[in-house]
Write a protein that binds this ligand. Structure first.
Ligand code: SF4
Ligand code: SF4
Length: 311
């Protein structure tokens, strides 16, 4: 007979699979280790969080999951595949795959909430689902929970599956058996460092967000971007997938089964004229349930105009 906690752990993992999650692992909810804390603090000190000022906030919460949920015993890390089944045509303005379909915050939150309810029912413990917005070190916990490792491209790489995954966590007071941390590394590959069009990757598994197109095109809402951006932006308008596309771990990525992540017709046919002719109201309606709504109307327009500068 398996012990109750192992049986419960298996039930949780099985329920996660049936909800569509591609990976699920458990880590003991102890504070983040000193080396990882120092790495994060250094990243902030160097200003490599760029315009993401929020990343410098709530550092005490990021260091200790028990500050997110009193009595926390376990961090459950979960991954959801978003690799698209079909792609934008080459002549469309390019959107990062993660933003092709419905806003992942909505999709992930629904699934995490359902799983959290299930956990509460079978363990009689409390849970806190975390979707991006909570100050928790997502990739760190995914690595500790054995799901994958943090690549030189700063993404969580799941061995055999790649990096096109959304991550979510459930912090819980349930004591669950911890999985062995993933100890894989990139070795001497370095392909993403060479492929990055802006030199944002430093080879230490961290990205300088002040140079990263993903950050600049999505999080930065300044009227003007640095002068060098039009030179390197190419046909990208929302985010950048370059350091994932070139990664050998993504060579055999399989398409997501989640229909919500399929590209909308707007995404499939996005042209500069279409964006420049869009009103603020139309932007709001068109992207209401898309991750693109995070950009705001003026930022999308600014990005579309960048392509005129680089002609
Ligand atoms: S997303 Fe693009 S700009 Fe940012 S690190 Fe990756 S390749 Fe470089
Ligand atoms: S491209 Fe190579 S170095 Fe970069 S994340 Fe993938 S395996 Fe690691």
């Amino acid at each position: 007979m398996p012990s109750p906690s192992i049986d419960i752990a298996q039930q949780i993992k099985s329920q996660a699979r049936s909800l569509g999650f591609d990976a699920c692992g458990f880590a003991e909810a102890t504070p983040v280790d000193a080396e990882a804390v120092a790495r994060y603090d250094r990243w902030i000190e160097l200003g490599h969080n760029g315009c993401m000022q929020w990343a410098a906030n709530h550092r005490d919460l990021r260091r200790d999951p028990s500050k997110l949920l009193e009595g926390a015993q376990t961090v459950i890390s979960l991954a959801l595949n978003y690799y698209p089944a079909r792609f934008q045509p080459h002549d469309a303005l390019q959107i990062a795959y993660y933003a092709y379909g419905r806003d992942y915050h909505e999709v992930l939150r629904e699934k995490l909430t359902e799983l959290a309810h299930f956990i509460e029912q079978i363990t009689h413990c409390t849970t806190r689902p975390c979707v991006d917005s909570a100050p928790i070190r997502e990739r760190y916990w995914a690595q500790r929970a054995g799901i994958g490792f943090i690549g030189q491209n700063n993404c969580l790489i799941i061995p055999g599956k790649g990096s096109y995954f959304f991550l979510g966590e459930i912090v819980t007071t349930a004591q669950l058996p911890a999985d062995a941390p993933c100890d894989m590394t990139c070795g001497s590959c370095g392909k993403c460092i060479k492929a990055c069009p802006t030199g944002a990757l430093n080879g230490n598994g961290a990205a300088d967000a002040s140079r990263c197109l993903s950050c600049l095109l999505i999080e930065n809402h300044d009227e003007e971007l640095p002068d060098w951006v039009p030179e390197v932006v190419g046909d990208r308008i929302v985010g950048c997938d370059e350091c994932q596309r070139c990664c050998p771990h993504n060579a055999h990525a399989t398409a997501t089964a989640i229909e919500d992540f399929s590209p909308t017709e707007t995404v499939m046919n996005l042209t500069r004229d279409r964006i420049q002719g869009m009103t603020a109201g139309e932007f709001k309606r068109t992207f209401a349930h898309s991750a693109i709504s995070r950009l705001r109307y003026k930022t999308l327009l600014r990005n579309a105009n960048l392509h005129e500068k680089c002609k």
